[in-house]
Design a protein around this ligand. Structure first.
Ligand code: PBG
Length: 327
């Protein structure tokens, strides 16, 4: 007989069977926590492939509607719409035109799916400006923060009028949440929610997205998007956005910024979302296409990791497909 000793800890007991592992799981994926980003392009009659984003297309109005129905049937939490206009100008006029591609698509999608999922729109000027920046430019070529806020207010009203239920403020202008909130409230759109892309970093992982929206940008966005080395500042941005009335805050990209995500999730009083961006998806696709990783397992693990770090919901190009796996 041995003496009384502390029994050996055996964490493996909880890994002994699939059922035991399921019961012991701390983090799960749900289709309702997934949001699909989608692109709709003006003036095309067939969906167009995006070479750096296998499986993702620039939709026609019709193919968009069909894909949104699929997303709703898959049980997704929502879709985030991005528009690619035929004509761009310095002010991004198409963004505020009720007949502009994004606003027209939003009306079509809202009519198609109603309340089956949350219809969301990207609120940023970069798809609409001929210079490709997220705001309008001052005489010296710098992005003019406060002039841009006025454009964002008009854009918010156009999107809300089109039926968007949640606006994704991705432009990283200072004061954008307060500006958009007050414009919405003044016009009676008190139920239109604001998702603030609070900690949005100037990231190389947006590369494929730039192809997806035919970005006209030649320089970079470092005067408004965040420096990848700054962790504390991510928390600062999220805190400011909450104080300005954001209904949810976002950290973007996800994978390279999980520490920021965890920091924000630890203190946030509103839902915290994360965006698994185009370059993150592209890396998985490229490695899987080479047979270097198991695609489904890698996608699942990447999303679980983002949830574990603190994301309540995730924007992912894999959303509809993953929802199919979760059934
Ligand atoms: C800006 C915007 C970008 C993305 C979403 N919204 C691009 C950028 O900031 O350059 C990138 C998303 C992705 O890479 O998947 N409207």
């Amino acid at each position: 007989m041995t003496h009384h000793t502390v029994p050996m800890q055996r964490p493996r007991r909880l890994r002994s069977t699939p059922a035991m592992r399921q019961l012991a799981a701390e983090t799960r994926l749900h289709s309702r926590d997934l949001v699909l980003p989608m692109f709709v392009r003006e003036g095309i009659t067939e969906p167009r492939a995006i070479s750096s984003m296998p499986g993702v297309v620039q939709h026609t109005m019709d193919s968009l509607r069909a894909a949104v129905v699929d997303a709703a049937e898959a049980g997704l939490g929502g879709v985030m719409l991005f528009g690619i206009p035929e004509h761009r100008d310095a002010m991004g006029s198409a963004a505020t035109d009720p007949a502009g591609v994004l606003n027209a698509a939003t009306r079509a999608v809202a009519a198609e799916v109603g309340d089956a999922l949350v219809v969301q729109t990207d609120l940023c000027l970069d798809e609409f400006t001929d210079h490709g920046h997220c705001g309008v430019l001052a005489g010296d070529g710098a992005v003019d923060n406060d002039a841009t806020l006025k454009r964002y207010q008009d854009m918010a009203l156009a999107q809300a009028a089109s039926g968007a239920q949640l606006l994704g403020l991705s432009g990283m202008m200072d004061g954008q949440v307060a500006a958009v909130r007050s414009a919405l409230d003044e016009q009676g759109y008190t139920d239109t929610a604001i998702l603030a892309y609070s900690a949005k970093y100037a990231s190389a992982f947006y590369g494929p997205f730039r192809e997806a929206v035919d970005s006209q940008l030649t320089g970079d966005r470092r005067t408004y998007q965040m420096d990848p080395g700054n962790r504390r500042e991510g928390l600062r941005e999220a805190t400011l956005d909450m104080a300005e009335g954001a209904d949810a805050v976002m950290v973007k990209p996800a994978m390279s910024y999980l520490d920021v995500l965890a920091d924000v999730a630890a203190v946030s009083t509103v839902p915290v979302w994360a965006y698994q961006v185009s370059g993150e998806a592209a890396m998985i696709e490229a490695a899987a296409a080479n047979g270097w990783i198991d695609r489904e397992a890698a996608i699942t693990e990447s999303l679980i990791g983002i949830r574990r770090a603190g994301a309540d919901a995730i924007l992912s190009y894999f959303a509809t497909e993953v929802a199919g796996w979760l059934r």
